[in-house]
Design a protein around this ligand. Structure first.
Ligand code: SF4
Length: 337
């Protein structure tokens, strides 16, 4: 079994808004990501997924907690020299291929920028590397002089991938890299990332909404709700036998092409809105929306625990954990709620 490349310990990121309000974007998240592993991170908008990814690689100051990367504790707050030091090893692929590429720069300038900023390579070496990376992500090296607006959404995301990987990083946070793309090109981008992960030995945190796509690409799936990690385990196990009621509802509400299943999906849609991260409910964060809520859930916060001694890599934060909840249980419970 491979060892962790990234260890996150009780990582917390709060933002102050106004004089006395605090957004609890990420609260005490602990997580290991092993070398050459893809961990899929899922949850609704506002669950803190992107903030967690950005805080892990130093794009946000850490409020509390620590991140250990390849055996070395990362600084609480990055200086310019820290960015210089870690840019080679940790990169991010951004969500929106339309706004994340500078429209005034050519594709060659965008992809080669990291090498210009963080290495002492000559201009011709950078040009050669840029051409090679454009080909590697399925674009044409002759397109170097073109501008981002001349490309489709899928092609722009390929440019973003080349920009992130040209520095040969070990760890990449993919922040919803497919959510702004047409369904028809999502699978192509996911396949490209999977191929590059295998050929380059990358370790990825793959953030996305679409649980079925995350399952397809990930070794493990981690589920976030309102800033906290509430379930983690092998991808197929989390997808096919989710334990946490929120994960069960997330799986059931996943887009389902089969009309028969669509009817089940309608009956198990997650009720209500995710609460504001300014006002975290006491006890279990999911208690306001959970069809199985009990009295203790309203005042006791469930810890993320192993579900059994045998299932060492399966953890759930729920007072019910261990009980065998089925989809029909959920539908029945919601119907009577
Ligand atoms: Fe539902 Fe209680 Fe479990 Fe929270 S701890 S998910 S409210 S059953």
């Amino acid at each position: 079994m491979s060892s962790p490349l990234v260890t996150v310990e009780r990582l917390t990121k709060h933002f102050r808004i106004g004089r006395n309000q605090t957004v609890h974007a990420v609260d005490s998240v602990s997580l290991d990501i092993n070398e050459r592993e893809i961990v899929g991170l899922v949850g609704e908008s506002g669950s803190g997924k992107s903030t967690l990814g950005k805080t892990m690689i130093g794009l946000h100051h850490k409020t509390h907690g620590r991140v250990i990367f390849d055996g070395e504790q990362l600084p609480q707050d990055y200086s310019a020299s820290d960015f210089q030091k870690y840019a080679h090893r940790m990169q991010m692929i951004f969500q929106d291929p339309y706004s994340s590429l500078n429209p005034r720069m050519t594709v060659g300038e965008i992809v080669g920028e990291g090498l210009r900023l963080h290495t002492s390579q000559s201009m011709s070496e950078i040009r050669d590397a840029t051409a090679e990376w454009l080909e590697r992500v399925g674009l044409n090296a002759d397109h170097m002089a073109r501008y981002p607006h001349e490309f489709s959404g899928g092609q722009r995301q390929r440019i973003g991938i080349a920009r992130a990987l040209i520095l040969d990083p070990d760890f990449v946070v993919c922040d919803e890299p497919i959510s702004a793309l047409d369904v028809s090109v999502q699978a192509q981008v996911v396949n490209l990332l999977g191929e590059l992960k295998d050929s380059l030995g990358l370790t990825l945190l793959f953030i996305a909404h679409d649980l079925s796509m995350v399952r397809y690409v990930s070794d493990r799936i981690a589920v976030m709700y309102l800033g906290a990690l509430i379930e983690i385990g092998p991808a197929d196990e989390v997808f096919f036998t989710p334990k946490h009621p929120y994960t069960q509802l997330l799986v059931e509400s996943n887009p389902e092409p089969d009309p028969e299943h669509e009817r089940v999906r309608e009956s198990t849609r997650i009720q209500g809105e995710i609460p504001s991260p300014v006002n975290i409910p006491p006890g279990c964060r999911f208690s306001d929306r959970c069809p199985f809520v009990m009295d203790k859930c309203r005042h006791e916060t469930p810890e993320l625990l192993k579900i059994s001694e045998e299932a060492v890599d399966r953890h759930v934060a729920c007072h019910l954990f261990g009980e065998d909840l089925t989809s029909s249980d959920l539908a029945e419970n919601q119907a009577s709620a």
